[in-house]
Design a protein around this ligand. Structure first.
Ligand SMILES: [Zn+2]
Length: 205
C-alpha cells in the first residue's frame, strides 16, 4: 500500500509498504525488525530519517503465529473496538512491541512468562525509582540468561538486566499451573498480551 510521508522540510514523499509479511518466506525481515530498521524511510529531499508505523500483519507459520500490528498512535482503538477482527491473530501495538515479540518467538520463549518477568522487574524498579517513568523490554536470550533493557532510570541511558534462565523456567511453570492468577491473569485483553494491559490508564479500561 502506498503512503504519503510529510517531512518537516515541507517535502512529501510516497512509500510503498507491504500490508502482510511472512517471516519464513522473507527471513531478512526478522533481522530488520530486531535491529529497528524495519520500515525506516529517508526523506528524498533533506535526508531526514522517518520511522512511521503502519498497520501490518506479520505471519510466522513455523512459530504458528500471525501478529496483527497496530500503530502505537492507534493504541486506544484496540480497547474501543467491539468485534474481533480475527480471533486466530495475536495483537502487538507499536513496532517496539513487534520487535520484542519477534525476539521472544525467535528464541522459542513463551510471551506470557516474559511479560510476567517484565512486570516483576518493573515493580522492583518503580520501588527504587518512584519518580521516574520506567519501561522494561525483553531483548534476547543468550546462553543461560535472558537480557532485559530498562528505560527511564536515567535520561538517554538503558540499564541492562540479566535474568537467569532458571527464573524464566520457574515463571513458565507458575504460568502453566495458575494461568488465571496475577500477574498472568491480568496480562491479556482478548488478542493482546502485554504488561501494558496492567499499566494502561483508566480511560483505556
Ligand atoms: Zn525532508
Amino acid at each position: 500500500m502506498r503512503h504519503k510521508i510529510p517531512c518537516f522540510c515541507d517535502n512529501t514523499f510516497t512509500v510503498d509498504v507491504p500490508e502482510e509479511i511472512n517471516l519464513d518466506e522473507q527471513p531478512q525481515y526478522v533481522e530488520d525488525i530486531l535491529s529497528g530498521i524495519f520500515m525506516n524511510f529517508t526523506c528524498t529531499s533533506c535526508g531526514k530519517k522517518h520511522k512511521p508505523e503502519f498497520p501490518l500483519t506479520v505471519h510466522w507459520p513455523s512459530k504458528r503465529v500471525s501478529l496483527e500490528v497496530i500503530p502505537e498512535l492507534e493504541r486506544g482503538s484496540f480497547y474501543r473496538r467491539k468485534e474481533e477482527e480475527d480471533a486466530v491473530k495475536e495483537t502487538v501495538i507499536g513496532y517496539p512491541e513487534l520487535a520484542e515479540r519477534v525476539a521472544a518467538l525467535k528464541s522459542d520463549l513463551v510471551p506470557e512468562a516474559l511479560e510476567a518477568i517484565k512486570y516483576y522487574l518493573l515493580v522492583k524498579a518503580d520501588e527504587t525509582y518512584p519518580e521516574e517513568d520506567i519501561s522494561v523490554w525483553f531483548q534476547n536470550k543468550s546462553g543461560d540468561s535472558l537480557e532485559f533493557h530498562i528505560h527511564g532510570i536515567k535520561q538517554d541511558e538503558v540499564a541492562v538486566m540479566k535474568v537467569p534462565a532458571a527464573l524464566y523456567e520457574k515463571t513458565l511453570t507458575d504460568f502453566k499451573k495458575n494461568p488465571k492468577t496475577d500477574p498472568f491473569g491480568s496480562l491479556r485483553v482478548k488478542t493482546y498480551l502485554s504488561i501494558q494491559n496492567i499499566l494502561r490508564p483508566d480511560e483505556l479500561k
